[in-house]
Design a binder for this molecule. Structure first.
Ligand code: GLP
Length: 263
């Protein structure tokens, strides 16, 4: 894991956007896995900025949303499909057929989840997976207790997740209690993972995820098994990390690694 500590949220977004742009430069038909929530909004703004200035072209980019509330159609303002469309897709030139999302109202849930996994495999897997982290350590909607090898499936949301979303829904009957989410096993197959975190209220869970034991009780801790994960976090979110001075030092010095000549 590479822990990249930036002074503030704005620079977390700038760094993450640069990582994605560099990946796109190497592979124009980049396959992105994308997260919702507040945290990645600034990242999407930066990517839109690259597009508008001609620094990035999304015509060959493929995207897969991580998760969706069960029961919400894609035009519901709180659905994740709508979030991605409003905050990102409609502002760049990604093709509609390349912007994939889990449906909130599939005819057959199991079949839909299987087909989603197959679509990901069909394009050669996810190159860069963007993640946020829930205060309880969830990634996507893999709530604590999720199997570390889980695949895309239906999950029951925790009470705290339900409560967190309640203020966003005008109609109590719409408040989601279930979701479809990529599994932890699905996420771990991404070639590179970038987890963004910002703010003091994420500091404790970030420390448990990065420096605590790997456990299904903190789903994000499984990223310790992933060989190419970058955790891009601000000072506030990093404030409870024991080894933060080492992470800073390693990041500052990584360009100075001496390439030893091969014998
Ligand atoms: C939701 C999403 C996650 C996201 C998390 C954190 O639960 N399913 O993908 O990472 O919220 O959201 P925020 O960035 O708003 O803290």
């Amino acid at each position: 894991m590479e822990v990249i500590i930036k002074p503030d949220y704005d620079q977390v977004c700038a760094e993450s956007a640069d990582i994605i742009r560099e990946a796109w430069i190497r592979k124009n038909d980049l396959v992105l896995g994308l997260a919702t929530g507040k945290t990645p909004l600034g990242l999407y703004e930066r990517l839109i900025g690259f597009y508008k200035k001609g620094g990035m072209d999304f015509s060959s980019v493929v995207a897969f949303n991580l998760d969706e509330y069960l029961g919400l159609g894609e035009t519901h303002p709180q659905s994740f499909a709508y979030y991605m469309d409003r905050n990102f897709f409609r502002q760049v030139n990604i093709r509609k057929e390349n912007a994939h999302h889990l449906e909130g109202r599939p005819a057959d849930i199991e079949e839909h989840c299987r087909a989603y996994e197959n679509k990901i495999k069909g394009v050669g897997g996810i190159d860069v997976q963007v993640l946020g982290i829930g205060k309880n350590g969830h990634i996507a909607f893999n709530e604590p207790g999720s199997a570390l090898s889980s695949r895309t499936r239906l999950k029951i949301l925790t009470r705290e997740t339900v409560e967190a979303s309640r203020p966003l829904f005008k109609d109590e009957r719409d408040v989601p209690r279930f979701c479809l989410t990529m599994g932890i096993g699905t996420i771990l197959e991404a070639k590179m993972i970038i987890l963004l975190a910002s703010g003091k209220d994420k500091a404790e869970i970030v420390a448990r995820a990065i420096e605590g034991p790997v456990t299904a009780s903190v789903p994000a801790s499984v990223l310790q098994f992933h060989p190419r994960t970058k955790l891009v976090i601000d000072e506030a979110a990093a404030s409870e990390l024991t080894n933060r001075s080492y992470y800073r030092w390693a990041y500052e010095n990584k360009d100075q690694v001496i390439q030893r000549p091969k014998k």
